[in-house]
Design a protein around this ligand. Structure first.
Ligand code: AKB
Length: 314
């Protein structure tokens, strides 16, 4: 059967790379990029693009009617730091956007839906190291609350209506193609840009703040592998723990210094993102993803740092 794939939120950090990867795996015309903002040249000219606000159910319905998608990826969301600046909008977009898509996917018999959760679904009372798939989850950001609630909705639609929804709890994603959008883990991207441009960076997270991270190439591959896995292998219908590498700003700076020896890292004080980072896990146990659909990351810290620097230099 031929596929028609909608990517909602196609202009963001993940969407930009996911659309390109899906267009390589399928055809350009099979993958419809959708966003509320004008796309960059590459996405717009390689295949179909539609302006869509996921909160506008009527427009969204027209898009489902026009394309009859077999797969939908919903990426439109407000992240942790921007979500705290506008909690009501974060809740509205992250929650009602998801419910709109789940309802339309049911109505139009979409075969598979992908929705990302995050390590932000964990909270201060979740175990910090090798955080397990199932444990206490008490997120204290609106973003995290919306992710935990969204996970419950995904499982509910699967159990109640047999909708094939799949999800991953992303760690901080590190990439060079598109800018990140208001997350707590964004320091780990800015640091590379400033290391090359200025030779120094002032981190808004403290030296010892360890967080789970992943290189975007791994995240995109893992996402598509999860969506391609046979349905009977998908044991988790809330969201899968998913791990790449964990490091602190200090450790990342030391790795960057192997390429830029004079690189200097300083720390800024009293940033509200510190409290968010302190409520999150340091590392994640993703053994269920490894067992169920053979997940395995390809990038360690050294390989990721080398790839980031060489691509940003270009
Ligand atoms: C954020 O920092 O908000 C995101 C995330 C971990 O979900 N990158």
């Amino acid at each position: 059967m031929s596929e028609k794939i909608l990517v909602l939120g196609s202009n963001g950090q993940i969407g930009t790379e996911l659309v390109t990867a899906l267009r390589k795996a399928y055809t350009n015309d099979d993958v419809v990029a959708c966003d509320i903002r004008r796309p960059d040249y590459e996405i717009k000219n390689a295949g179909p693009f539609e302006f869509v606000n996921v909160l506008d159910k009527e427009i969204l319905k027209e898009i489902f009617l026009k394309y009859k998608p077999t797969q939908v990826y919903l990426l439109a969301a407000l992240l942790s730091a921007t979500g705290e600046q506008n909690p009501k909008l974060a809740w509205d977009l992250n929650m009602n956007g998801l419910l709109n898509v789940l309802d339309l996917a049911l109505a139009f018999k979409t075969a598979k839906v992908y929705w990302p959760s995050s390590i932000a679904a964990f909270g201060p009372n979740s175990p910090k190291d090798q955080t397990p798939q199932f444990c206490t989850m008490d997120p204290n950001t609106v973003y995290g609350i919306s992710k935990l609630a969204g996970e419950r909705w995904c499982e509910y639609y699967y159990q109640k209506y047999n909708l094939d929804v799949r999800s991953i709890r992303y760690p901080g994603l590190i990439s060079w193609k598109a800018a990140p959008g208001g997350g707590t883990t964004d320091y780990a991207i800015h640091i590379f840009h400033d290391a090359l441009k200025k030779g120094s960076y002032a981190s808004f997270l403290s030296a010892e703040t360890e967080l789970p991270m992943m290189y975007m190439e791994d995240a995109i591959r893992g996402t598509i592998e999860l969506m391609d896995a046979p349905a009977d292998q998908i044991q988790i219908r809330s969201s899968y723990n998913f791990a790449g590498v964990s490091f602190t700003p200090d450790v990342l700076a030391a790795e960057i210094r192997k390429h830029i020896p004079q690189f200097k890292l300083t720390y800024s004080e009293h940033d509200p993102r510190q409290a968010i980072a302190d409520s999150w896990p340091r590392s994640i146990d993703d053994s269920q993803a490894r067992t169920d659909w053979n997940w395995k990351p390809g990038f360690d810290l050294a390989k990721m740092t080398e790839d980031m620097l060489s691509n940003l230099k270009k």
